[in-house]
Design a protein around this ligand. Structure first.
Ligand code: DON
Length: 309
């Protein structure tokens, strides 16, 4: 893809990078700890197919929680909203992304929304396919179509690293299974979920996927309606209310665009009908969001009046 380096964007990247010293690369998934904390790149993909970038936008990273929006879109397409929201709620939590607490205190077993780990695990458990490899294959095909890039695949090292370590996610699965929220085998769900989180791409791919959401599910290059408009709308709404976890309210006030973060340091954002943004900055703040990525979005939002509110 032809994406032009842009000096103005580079200026904002240089400015935003200053805060990386205050952040930390995620280490609870051992393979992520190897990422370099002072990286920052951004790509902006416009609905007319033009693209601007700054930083090393060819560097690949895993989607982690950004995959939650994409898995949700697919599962909503497979089952319809009524069935999906029978098993997962629509409300923000105000708790960290991996918190277990509200699973017990509110509607036992039913997670509050699909952007927190518990809710995403339920969504993943609903993915259609008769075998694990068929299910990850379907998701990969969907993600490749969204990015219009056939080479996107799963980083086996990161998937394996998370599979070996995520005991709290397993605990949440067993708790929800006890409450009948899903019937699937926990290890199968964990296998699929860790592979889903380890789907690897660069910020250009991510910006293009953001642009599909900016166009209500229509691909800017192929013109294909990849996600029905209503489902794209649901996904974007979750990005606003829960996309940055327990920082979503502040993010909505300061920046004001639908966005989704991941612990690898990626952020996918979009401005409706205008462009998608893909950011990669692995140093995280205390809430698990890219610290320089958020600073960069703040600068862009202030300078170009991006808030949708
Ligand atoms: O389940 C996990 O903990 C990770 N695979 C994803 C978490 C994540 O990206 C949270 N985002 N900031």
């Amino acid at each position: 893809m032809n994406c032009r380096h842009n000096d103005e964007l580079e200026h904002f990247v240089t400015e935003a990078k200053k805060v990386t010293v205050k952040g930390k690369v995620a280490s609870y998934i051992p393979a992520l700890a190897e990422q370099s904390g002072d990286d920052l790149s951004v790509a902006v993909y416009y609905t007319d197919g033009t693209c601007l970038s700054a930083g090393d936008v060819k560097e690949v990273f895993t989607l982690q929680s950004i995959s939650k929006v994409l898995a949700l879109a697919l599962v909503l397409m497979e089952h319809g909203p009524e069935k999906v929201f029978h098993f997962v709620g629509k409300e923000p939590t105000g708790d960290p992304f991996n918190s277990i607490i509200k699973l017990e205190t509110v509607n036992p077993g039913k997670p509050l929304n699909p952007m927190i780990n518990a809710g995403a695990l339920v969504v993943t458990s609903m993915m259609k396919g008769s075998t694990s490899s068929e299910r990850i294959g379907r998701l990969l095909e969907f993600v490749r179509a969204l990015a219009n890039n056939r080479s996107i695949s799963v980083c086996k090292k990161v998937a394996e690293s998370e599979f070996q370590t995520s005991m709290v996610n397993r605990a949440m699965c067993y708790y929800m299974k006890e409450h009948g929220i899903f019937q699937a085998e926990v290890e199968d769900v964990m296998d699929l979920y860790t592979k889903q989180c380890a789907i690897e791409m660069n910020s250009l791919d991510l910006a293009k996927i953001g642009c599909v959401f900016a166009l209500n599910g229509k691909h800017p290059e192929t013109g294909e309606q990849l996600i029905p408009k209503d489902i794209a709308r649901i996904c974007k709404t979750f990005m606003v209310t829960c996309g940055m976890y327990n920082a979503s309210g502040e993010f909505a006030i300061k920046i004001g665009i639908p966005a989704k973060s991941g612990v690898s340091g990626g952020i996918m954002g979009l401005v409706p009908y205008s462009f998608g943004i893909g950011i990669f900055g692995p140093a995280l703040d205390e809430k698990g969001n890219s610290i320089a990525g958020i600073r960069l979005l703040e600068l862009l939002s202030e300078n170009y009046s991006l808030s949708i509110f």
